[in-house]
Design a protein around this ligand. Structure first.
Ligand code: ATP
Length: 133
């Protein structure tokens, strides 16, 4: 009985571990699917170009480790804000069914404001790294 219980417990543990692994793997797949949807967004092309320009400039200027950390963090900040902004915009469009709404306007404007703040911060970081260091 004890052995049975032990074996059953072990099997159950293994299968719940497998389920956890599968659901973790699925979560990553869903997240990657979300990232794959981004290139269809108008602002994303701008971010791709800006990211490429900054990275190429970084290599040409032979940035040191700390400078790269600042630049990568600045780039990530903008991408993360834009990604969340895109999700919020899609949720808004779904919620209002494309009808005009003051509440939706406020949510979209605030969300776009976050991207603007992130972009402005990133520009300041880039100017410091490229021109004042
Ligand atoms: N349903 C709505 N009701 C009221 N105002 C809206 C609505 N949809 C959009 N707007 C206004 O238009 C602006 C632009 O909205 P839109 O959904 O086109 O986003 P966007 O900033 O142009 O992003 P993208 O270029 O990625 O589509 C919003 O910030 C908001 O002020």
């Amino acid at each position: 009985m004890t052995t049975m219980n032990h074996v059953t417990k072990k099997t159950m543990n293994r299968s719940s571990k497998n389920m956890t692994l599968t659901s973790r793997r699925n979560s990553i797949i869903y997240a990657l699917n979300g990232i794959k949807l981004l290139p269809g967004e108008p602002n994303i092309k701008l971010h791709i170009i800006a990211t490429a320009v900054v990275v190429i400039a970084g290599f040409l200027k032979h940035l040191n480790g700390n400078q790269w950390i600042a630049i990568v963090a600045a780039i990530a900040l903008v991408w993360i804000c834009e990604t969340i902004n895109t999700a919020i915009e899609k949720l808004c469009d779904f919620a209002c069914n494309m009808e005009r709404s003051d509440a939706i306007k406020a949510v979209k404007d605030i969300s776009a404001g976050a991207v603007l703040m992130a972009s402005a911060t990133s520009v300041v970081i880039a100017v410091i790294v490229f021109f004042f260091q």
